[in-house]
Ligand binder design. Structure first.
Ligand SMILES: *Cc1c(COP(=O)(O)O)cnc(C)c1O
Length: 378
């Protein structure tokens, strides 16, 4: 097997390969699925681990209508690297950050009446207009004005003379394709709340509630705009959604064998000896660990593809290394490429597989992959 490590990674043989054509194919799939609805590409948390600058500029180039991030810091980074399309910050805001939003033309989430009033007075002070999305809480109980009190926020928006309301949005607490009842109830609360504002609004605005789950599994939730994150990166929020939309994973996590040994029957492997060789077996060591964001809970649960074979991660995942059992007749050489997420030969390990193995969301598997892992664009 050839070693395809780019020369600059000789000293860090672990890297994430980001496939830009997969991003393009996923966006295309999503556009076909949602028809005329606008697309806000969500790039928070370092572009779900794919590298925020690269993916943001790529989505902008591909013509998405806007970008979504969690924090103002992320939005400012995007402006610095040349993002000119609208950027919405989802998170709750603090008053002393408001100047930054308005000066940099960042769309603000108004999640309460008092915050909206603060946004309006900041805009007045700066002599600029603020672009605002009103946030309605329809059942997540995170941020936003409760749907049953939303008239107070709408009335405040009609009084705010220095704000342009460009959006009104909400967020689903659960889009379970096997039981969409909560999502439907939230959508109903949202559209009912909007009946008050729509005829009174001073200008056109976008109604949006669907992230990847709603986008894929609940067509009625597309409204004027969808906010996909996970699905743009080719990952499904739920197994049962696989047949509903064609997606291609954009990230592969790769490393190389740095050590090979035979472990004797009965010997314990790694910290705490949480795995013992049931027979003499061949074990390799791979230079990635929880310090890179490869979850320690994947101890005895993860896999790696080595020389076309899918092999288990054995023993505790260390901070910087992990061990993989090749079996009694497994073969590998130092320098062999190892796939931790992605495919090789007929085998694959998906983000969804890892999420299921440790009972978390696919989002968490991706976003924890940190800056220690170089990103290689292909
Ligand atoms: C993260 C987030 C999204 C994207 O969610 P996915 O499940 O990754 O598609 C959309 N909207 C809001 C408000 C978010 O916080």
């Amino acid at each position: 097997m050839t070693d395809q490590t780019p020369a600059q990674f000789v000293h860090r043989p672990t890297f994430a390969e980001i496939n830009l054509s997969a991003l393009r194919a996923n966006l295309e799939s999503i556009r076909q699925h949602v028809g005329t609805a606008k697309v806000m590409a969500v790039v928070k948390a370092n572009g779900y681990g794919h590298g925020i600058q690269t993916v943001a500029l790529e989505f902008q180039r591909l013509g998405v209508d806007s970008l979504g991030v969690a924090y103002i810091e992320e939005a400012l980074d995007l402006r610095k690297v040349g993002v000119t399309i609208p950027v919405l910050v989802f998170g709750g805001l603090l008053y002393d950050q408001l100047d930054l939003y308005i000066r940099n033309d960042i769309d603000v989430t108004a999640s309460s009446v008092s915050k909206l009033e603060q946004i309006d007075s900041s805009a007045q002070k700066l002599g600029k207009r603020a672009r605002v999305h009103l946030k309605i809480d329809t059942g997540l109980e995170r941020i936003g004005v409760h749907y049953y009190s939303s008239q107070t926020l709408f009335d405040a928006a009609l009084r705010a003379r220095h704000c342009d309301v460009v959006g009104v949005y909400s967020h689903f607490a659960d889009v379970n394709p096997l039981d969409l009842s909560l999502a439907r109830r939230q959508l109903e609360r949202f559209t009912t709340a909007l009946e008050y504002f729509t005829p009174r609004a001073l200008s056109k605005f976008d109604r949006h509630i669907a992230a990847s789950g709603g986008l894929i599994a609940l067509r009625e939730s597309h409204l004027d705009m969808v906010r996909p994150g996970l699905s743009l990166y080719g990952v499904y929020p739920h197994r049962a959604m696989t047949p509903l939309l064609r997606l291609t994973p954009a990230l592969a996590l790769k490393s190389h064998v740095v050590f090979f040994k035979v472990v004797k029957e009965g010997a314990g492997v790694s910290y705490g000896h949480r795995w013992r060789a049931p027979h003499d077996t061949r074990v390799v060591t791979i230079p990635i660990g929880y310090g890179d964001g490869y979850l320690r809970s994947l101890t005895n649960r993860g896999w790696a593809i080595v020389r076309g074979q899918k092999c288990p991660v054995v023993g505790a995942v260390c901070m910087d290394q992990l061990m993989v059992d090749l079996g009694p007749s497994g073969e590998a050489y130092n320098g062999d490429q190892v796939v931790l997420i992605g495919s090789q030969g007929s085998h694959s390990i998906t983000v969804e597989d890892l999420a299921e193995a440790v009972d978390t969301t696919p989002h968490e598997i991706l976003v924890l992959l940190n800056q220690r892992i170089p990103r290689v664009m292909i």
